[in-house]
Design a protein around this ligand. Structure first.
Ligand SMILES: [Zn+2]
Length: 408
């Protein structure tokens, strides 16, 4: 197959030059000058490759190769063009350039498809400039609420609405897309599983559900010298027991459950005072909704028991509760078949991170391909994937798009 190592290496270099940093990373935030340059340059490249291109109201960019027989049945592929601050050169944009290489290859080799192939370079996914995520994909399905972004601004005080207008875009007035028959997204894994297992491709079966919490333990701050151990209401001690017991339980359950206490703030956080209060966060993920709910409920009960035993009070605030999102079975099988037939080195796996595909999947048949992240690193200038793995991933995408768009 003519997806060449050099083509892939060159296009990665090209796309990451928009917002490229001297440290090798990329910062390309929604509705910034670099963002607009990247979208416009992609539009030009897609037009040059013979695609008909257009922007929607909010700045999602599309490129179409019209189908000869079923032109209103859309086989779509792509991802997001925005990055985090000081991010890498593959997160999101790999899905855009991968779809571009796949579609242009198919067009050159096989001519016009039966169904319409459509590339999407989504405006935003990361939530890195404004406190809003999945702006791009949500607007494809008209589920983004304009009032959610009307009053938000970036760190410099620039309003979302003004930044959007400055780039020539406005609130979406279009109806939800009804014509998408399949959506495929290729993305970096952002974890270390594929690399550890020496696989080039991950066929994603589902995106994890997540529950996130802010939790406060309230004890009693007191003199570290004059308060005997038996008379203390030590919030750090209570937290350490919660942490130890919960993580042991999580380890016993094992994959795909993960549990993280990422932020811990004891008060007053000084050397000679028994900590009287402690704020911490909990992030728990699982691919199975029932298992996620059962586990977190057990941990909530454990935390309450431990706090009570030690004479502390606890406030548990669950502020995020997102269901796991399964990918489409038929498309998972198609991707597996393609990998088997073409002798691509793959495994089936879930995604522990969120992706645009989670907005697509409840609405249209959706599936994802992963390629390995070197050392599991992402959202960092060091984010990288071996070019030979990128080639393998884009090959799998190309074969799958061929099956979907060129076969009856
Ligand atoms: Zn991404």
């Amino acid at each position: 197959m003519n997806i060449l190592y050099d083509d892939v290496a060159n296009i990665v270099k090209w796309i990451s030059s928009f917002g490229g940093l001297t440290n090798g990373g990329t910062t390309r935030l929604l509705y910034s000058a670099e963002w607009l340059q990247a979208q416009n340059a992609l539009k030009e490249k897609m037009t040059h490759a013979g695609m008909s291109t257009y922007f929607d109201d909010v700045g999602n960019l599309y490129g179409r190769i019209e189908g000869s027989k079923y032109k209103d049945e859309i086989i779509m592929s792509g991802s997001h063009i925005d990055t985090v601050v000081n991010g890498g050169k593959l997160d999101g944009q790999l899905g855009v350039i991968g779809a571009f290489l796949a579609m242009t290859y198919l067009k050159e080799k096989y001519g016009q498809p039966l169904r319409t192939l459509e590339l999407i370079s989504m405006a935003e996914e990361e939530g890195s400039r404004f406190p809003y995520v999945f702006w791009g994909s949500k607007n494809v399905f008209a589920i983004a609420n304009p009032t959610d972004v009307e009053n938000i601004q970036d760190a410099e005080g620039i309003k979302f609405v003004d930044a959007m207008r400055e780039c020539g875009f406005k609130f979406n007035t279009q109806a939800a897309r009804q014509d998408i028959k399949a959506f495929l997204e290729i993305h970096i894994e952002q974890g270390g599983v594929l690399e550890k297992e020496q696989k080039s491709i991950g066929v994603v079966t589902s995106i994890v559900g997540q529950r996130r919490y802010n939790i406060r333990l309230i004890g009693e701050a007191n003199h570290a010298g004059t308060t005997p151990m038996g008379y203390r209401k030590d919030a750090v001690y209570a937290f350490s027991r919660i942490c130890y017991e919960s993580i042991n339980k999580a380890c016993a359950v094992g994959d795909p459950l993960v549990l993280t206490f990422g932020r811990v703030e004891p008060k007053p956080n000084v050397v000679n005072v028994v900590p009287g209060e402690l704020l911490f966060t909990m992030d728990c993920r699982h691919t199975d909704k029932k298992a996620l709910v059962a586990f977190t409920e057990e941990i909530e009960a454990d935390m309450t028991r431990i706090a009570t035993e030690l004479g502390l009070t606890i406030e548990i605030n669950r502020w995020m509760d997102e269901d796991p999102i399964p990918m489409n079975d038929q498309l998972i099988h198609l991707l597996e078949d393609v990998c088997k037939k073409e002798h691509l080195n793959y495994r089936v796996m879930h995604s522990g991170a969120g992706h645009d595909s989670q907005i697509f999947s409840p609405r249209v048949p959706t599936a994802m391909l992963f390629v390995p992240s070197i050392k599991g690193i992402s959202h960092n200038p060091a984010e990288d994937t071996k070019t030979e793995d990128l080639v393998e991933g884009i090959k799998a995408l190309t074969y799958a798009l061929y099956q979907l768009a060129y076969q009856e």
